[in-house]
Design a protein around this ligand. Structure first.
Ligand SMILES: Cc1cc2nc3c(=O)[nH]c(=O)nc-3n(C[C@H](O)[C@H](O)[C@H](O)COP(=O)(O)OP(=O)(O)OC[C@H]3O[C@@H](n4cnc5c(N)ncnc54)[C@H](O)[C@@H]3O)c2cc1C
Length: 474
């Protein structure tokens, strides 16, 4: 028998589950299907997608544990605390991470129940059009829905001739389940995931060598942030190599050998215990049967959408990693809410210009808006307020004096155009900058707002003051 819904969401990641909850809140009869292999205790696929199962959440759990371990080993003594030589129980660390994932993914099933979203276990694929909607097969079940929201996300990009077994050669999935500290860890790709995973294992004692094809670190970041990050991460012991061309990769049960040429074209070979391949993500559009219904994809396999996530098919929407824009969980969630609200006749909105980027290294890196180099290219004159965390009492108190806040404000109007942070708490501090920019705030607006003392937020405050050359503490 065919199950009828107002809205069917295909994919239960942060884009999909949020879209489904919001749609149900707005009164639609809503279902969400999910087909991943991460089974919950009932044997059903877990909700939460890449983010909760093999992405944001597990990586941050491992980053936290490894940070504490590193602090205990290297930073406690300076504060008069002696704990001897700390030991890491990797299986316990992984079990803690898995437990957090289980709690959160189960929590989403609870939210579905609370909001009356029907969960359908199974792979969703278009079958055709019905009288007033779309026919979709979910596993063996037939479903009809007036509106379909595709939120099928992305998977790790693999390199040709480098088979990933998620034991010796890992993508993000295996990288989050490594069960012992490798002596030597190779990583291909110095993007966000490569840097975060490299940090985890470096802190736990591995020698980490990162091979990056690009000419330098973090090309999308503000130039000063990228430079500072390179300096700090190199000082932490990450062996960063740029302009590398990867050759033959040979894996055995014991390790992996990677042939490559360095930036000068010199042939090199790297022997490591494990390899993480983190060279970007590809959209999950295969298996949707997109061609059968004429769903338009772009040359990179992403679903083509307009600013409101409308596809070329009436009543079919697509959100999150499977469409253009940054592949970030919070962007996927925003689009999920937007689409549900537009379907309900409301003015759904997602500002793609103000999606914050965060890298959870130590120190954290976060930014919003334009970089200094983008403003130069666009011919926009700006004022720059740059304040180091070193000048902040709280930063010194918590032993985190590295980094700075750099604020860019329009030279003519004072409107904030970009905020770039490398320093402790950057992931939280950036929210204030996003808020100010969403309200089209000026640097003076932030400069005239009272910030609690002593807090790291005072660095942002001082950066705003510095845009007008009136910093008080630097
Ligand atoms: C290691 C790592 C760390 C990350 N850290 C962060 C971070 O700190 N912050 C951040 O914002 N982002 C982070 N990301 C990115 C983030 O995980 C993604 O941007 C986010 O999960 C995208 O959400 P989504 O809903 O579009 O897709 P996904 O989370 O990929 O979910 C899509 C879901 O759809 C399911 N699916 C696919 N096809 C079908 C089908 N045909 N039928 C049924 N189900 C289907 C998949 O199984 C999957 O569960 C990280 C990613 C990785 C890999």
């Amino acid at each position: 028998m065919t199950q009828q819904f107002d809205i069917l969401v295909i994919g239960g990641g942060p884009g999909g589950y949020v879209a489904a909850i919001r749609a149900a809140q707005l009164g639609f009869k809503t279902a969400c299907c999910e087909s991943n292999p991460y089974a919950d205790p009932k044997g059903e696929p877990r909700l939460g997608g890449t983010c909760l199962n093999v992405g944001c959440i597990p990586s941050k759990a491992l980053l936290h544990t490894s940070h504490l371990f590193h602090e205990a080993a290297h930073d406690f003594a300076e504060q008069g605390i002696s704990v001897g030589t700390p030991k890491i129980d990797v299986p316990k660390m992984i079990a803690r991470k898995t437990d957090i994932v289980s709690k959160l993914t189960a929590g989403i099933k609870g939210l579905f129940k609370k909001n009356k979203v029907t969960f359908l276990a199974g792979h969703g694929a278009f079958v055709g059009k019905s009288a007033d909607g779309w026919k979709v097969a979910v596993g063996k079940e037939a479903v009809e829905a007036r509106q379909v929201i595709i939120a099928t996300g992305s998977s790790a990009r693999h390199l040709p001739d480098i088979p990933v077994d998620n034991q010796i050669v890992c993508d993000n999935i295996g990288a989050l389940d490594i069960n012992a500290v490798p002596k030597k860890l190779a990583i291909i790709g110095a993007g966000v995931i490569g840097l975060e995973m490299g940090s985890v294992w470096k802190r736990l004692g591995a020698e980490v060598v990162i091979l990056e094809g690009g000419a330098d670190l973090l090309p999308a970041a503000d130039i000063d942030i990228a430079k500072e990050a390179k300096k700090i991460l190199t000082k932490q012991g990450l062996d960063l190599n740029f302009g590398v061309r990867i050759g033959a990769v040979k894996a055995s049960k014991k390790g992996v050998s990677i042939a490559y040429t360095d930036k000068d074209g010199k042939a090199e070979k790297l022997e490591a215990d494990r390899l993480i391949v983190s060279v970007g993500r590809v959209p999950n559009t295969e298996g949707l049967n997109a061609a059968a219904v004429g769903l338009k994809l772009n040359e990179r396999g992403m679903i083509e959408v307009d600013a409101h996530c409308k596809t070329n098919l009436s009543g079919v929407w697509a959100i999150g990693d499977v469409v253009r824009g940054p592949m970030l969980a919070h962007k996927a969630m925003e689009e999920g809410v937007m689409v549900a609200e537009i379907i309900a006749g409301q003015a759904g909105h997602c500002n793609l210009d103000l999606i914050p980027s965060v890298i959870y290294t130590t120190p954290e890196i976060a930014w919003i808006g334009k970089t200094e180099q983008q403003l130069k290219t666009d011919g926009i004159a700006c004022k720059i307020g740059k304040i180091p965390f070193m000048a902040n009492g709280r930063a010194l108190g918590i032993g985190a004096p590295e980094g700075f806040v750099k604020m860019l404000a329009d030279a003519r109007t004072d409107r904030i155009l970009g905020v770039h942070i490398i320093g402790a708490g950057a992931s939280d501090l950036i929210a204030e900058a996003v808020t100010a920019m969403e309200f089209a705030g000026a640097s003076e607006d932030l400069a005239r707002i009272c910030h609690a003392h002593p807090t790291l937020s005072e660095v942002l405050h001082e950066a705003a003051l510095a845009c007008d050359k009136r910093a008080l503490h630097f």
